[in-house]
Design a protein around this ligand. Sequence first.
Ligand code: AMP
Length: 284
Amino acid sequence: MRVVKQIPEMQTLSKEFRNSGKTIGLVPTMGYLHEGHMSLMRNLRDQCQVRVVSIFVNPTQFGPNEDLAKYPRDFDRDKQLCREEKVDVIFYPSSQKMYPPHYHTYIQVENLSEVMCGRSRPGHFRGVATVVAKLFNIINPHIAIFGEKDYQQVVVIRQMVNDLNFEVQILTSPIVRETDGLAMSSRNKYLTAAERKFAPVLYQSLLEAEKMCQRGIQNPAEIVEKMTALLNKIPQSRIDYISLVRPETLTPVEKIQGQVLVALAVYLGSTRLIDNIIIKGLLK
Ligand code: AMP
């Protein structure tokens, strides 16, 4: 396994892979790897001949009052996990190299970036789209894989890939959960013991939404009300948003039918957690 820190070295290496006819697959991450990340790597295994995992805590996707400085990092452990998974290359650039002084270019995917997580994290998806575009240009993968945990991120990236004619196929991978239902996240490390105990309520509220939809309830407000009641039982919590939207366009659902993405963001103390579920098979 090769660890590449320099951008020109990564570009040369990717050209070599392509010239020898190898399919390159990319897993973009911010490191502090867990089973969610590992499942992306595993799901990519049979789709390509070379797997590149990027590890980069991207400063441009964090707001001024967010957790950039304290975001968990453990490169040695990440390296070990990638080695065990037989990853071919870790791309591990520095912020200075990704965003040198006088950096000025950003990608704004309009509308999709402004709803849901974008409302409380202005600039977040601008940072995400920018770094993913840079990674695509540097690594030039044939395929890139993203987790459905960050569902809005996938929708934003697909839009960017279409709009800017990137020749990369976007794959997605299901949410990996702890045994009690909590979606795995590097940020779960921030939770206190008490918060961790209540954290599965997020998924329970999504399952409740699914049950209500399947029972034939068609008014989204009724579902939001029930979920709000469940989530408000978590001490020291604050709901950022609960959204019922169409999965492809993120437009609000007026009547529960067809496919519905139920997504939420909730603060437990100062930790902001997100989760979602796609409800399928509803009558049109
Ligand atoms: P992050 O390091 O949090 O930026 O995540 C890197 C990639 O892993 C993103 O595509 C995430 O959606 C994905 N990911 C993170 N957590 C999970 C999870 N619990 N299940 C599936 N994918 C995940």
